[in-house]
Design a protein around this ligand. Sequence first.
Ligand code: ADP
Ligand code: MG
Length: 704
Amino acid sequence: MAPHPGAGPAAGSAGDLAGAPVTTLRGVGPRVAERLARLGVRSVQDLLLHLPLRYEDRTRVTPIGALAPGETAVVEGEVELASARPGRRAALVCLLGDGTGRLTLRFFHFGSGLQAQLARGTRLRAYGEVRPGPAGLEMVHPEHRVLPGAEPVPLDTALTPVYPSTEGLTQSLLRRLAAAALAALEAAPGLELLPGDLLRRTGLPPMAQALRLLHRPEPQAPLDALLSGQHPARQRLAFEELLAYLLSLRALRARSDRLPAPALRPGGGLARRLRDELPFRLTAAQERVVAEVERDLARSRPMQRMLQGDVGSGKTVVAALAAALAVEAGFQVAVMAPTELLAEQHLRTLRRWFVPLGVEVAWLSGRQAGKEREECLRRLAAHEARVVVGTHALFQGGVRFAALGLVVVDEQHRFGVHQRLALWEKGLRLGRYPHQLIMTATPIPRTLAMTAYADLDLSVLDELPPGRQPIETVAMPEARRGEVVARIRQACAAGRQAYWVCTLIEESEVLEAEAAEATAARLRASLPGIAVGLVHGRMRPGDRDAVMAAFQAGDVRLLVATTVVEVGVDVPRASLMVIENAERLGLAQLHQLRGRVGRGSERSTCVLLYRGPLSETARRRLSVIRRHTDGFAIAEEDLRLRGPGEVLGTRQTGLLQFRVADPLRDRGLLEQVSAAAHDLARDPERVAALLRRWGGDRVDYGHV
Ligand code: ADP
Ligand code: MG
């Protein structure tokens, strides 16, 4: 169990040990190392961060007479009888007695060795789960050992950890390796990466103590707290991990702050003319955010700002004003949306605003035909096009900007963090980085946002434009579909417009499109005289754009759509929405979809059609969405129902995958973590060691 000499304290600080591969431990060859790697365990230090899933108590012997079914226990006794029963399920049955009672031990797989071992009169210690059997209580395949002589054999003094494992790694090997890693690191200077005053201030235990407790808890340790993560030892590790995460994002930001960006000094009055042209006045929140953006743009380091605003809070006009500022300063602007549909809408909106002011808006999409695309690329490279709207096609190879000054990314949760960074790389070629404005309608609690997007400055539109009416939301079973159709007939006859959203559980655009087509056909049949339009992801972009334009113009009264309308679509006159299969959708998606109505001054309604029977979660979701319209409140509920990974939409990017921490459970730590990150910034060596320990140095920010 002693560590390999190379892994011992002699090797130097824990910083070095962090990098020491597991193969430096005795008994770890390439095969075991490969299996450990499957658990994310590569270094000796990783072994320590690989925490037990649960614990077994082998520290005391339970008298057989006191055993209860369902309990897992250690017993000791004498073999009174052992016999092999032949038959289809051959079994070796052994009767163990200790004077307080008798227990059957049953083995289905056994050889002559075991049979010989369990001879009558042998003293045995067994550990296993107690179950009711045909003749009293029994243990099936207990772990067991023969006790030599009459002398007492010491019991374990600590609880036995059970680690997450994978094929080919036994618990006993994992336990041995964890103990070896503990012995190697405990004594090493540098295991403790948090300064003493921080530990005192937070009341968190030192690392060595926390690790010892987690890997070898005393028999009296509070298991509930240990397993739920509330125990100070777990909190200590969570604190460190969150700290490392925050530091890695701040380091990323610090690097980007040193990069040159064009300081945009507007002076052409374009933004002012755009304001004058708007049919409304900006809300106070919009004014505040525009001012924040303007200040950032004037600096010679790249703006990295995230704009959070609930559905319908008016983010687009903020983006347009930012674009105007960049254009009048002589630079180009790229506006990127996550879907073609949304990009097309931004194109229409920005053209409506910019063309009268003499600024052309170009279009770049992945599906564009050769010639048109060529022409767009040429105009971008020649600085003829000053504003360009598109999808991720904007940052594919071959797109060159003459003077890209600002990138606006709409509905960021649809883009992975890595895409965000890739887009940014565009500026590299020019030696200058564009300013970035990232807009998201996925509200997340502020402390969580500060952690997840610690590399960004945060602006919040916490106010809706005036005159909005609350949306009435009702849930109705599928059986009442007829009533819903009648309601649509009425609404459309009264001059209103409506959405009918078809959703499917399968992630198949084809099936979804087919379902939408079928629904549209049925609705057309039951709603004669009402212009019904259809949009889905598989239509030719031109056709889809024509339908959306007709809906916007009011010529189409009822729009049947797939979830392509989920984000961003803005048709203020539409005031009724029906969502089919609402029970299958998550809260964030329901909130986004519903946000397509309630954008005008008319009172809006959202009907959630569901198919029963409802699961408990579905029932809770529908109830939350009916009771709340505020995105932040919904996000809180969503967090409670689903956990933060999904809420943040970062599951795919892998950026928010923690080993120990859970930003939701541990959010009580976040303020202190944030303060600690601030203080530690002055201690680069410690920061580097923290990043190495928690893998923050592996996050691929390579290009920055
Ligand atoms: P989102 O934040 O969801 O992207 P949009 O930018 O699409 O919201 O704006 C929603 C609607 O509100 C649009 O029709 C927009 O023109 C309108 N709007 C934006 N700002 C204001 C305002 N200050 N006063 C009135 N209407 C506004
Ligand atoms: Mg929007």
